[in-house]
Write a protein that binds this ligand. Structure first.
Ligand SMILES: [Zn+2]
Length: 56
């Protein structure tokens, strides 16, 4: 196990907070991370929904 592999994150769960959408992501290798997607409220739209680059 010499090199790093490219993590493939998928979202385990996500929660709306005052800071935006917090998503708990996990890779198949066991690594985890927390991603925060801040939502822009400039347009006055309702919930634009989360935007993550991870495929379903
Ligand atoms: Zn990984």
């Amino acid at each position: 196990m010499a090199g790093r592999h490219q993590h493939e994150w998928f979202v385990e769960s996500a929660h709306h907070t005052s800071d935006g959408l917090v998503a708990y992501q996990r890779c198949e290798c066991g690594h985890r991370r927390v991603a925060v997607a801040t939502l822009r409220a400039e347009s006055g739209r309702e919930d634009p929904g989360p935007r993550f680059g991870t495929a379903a």
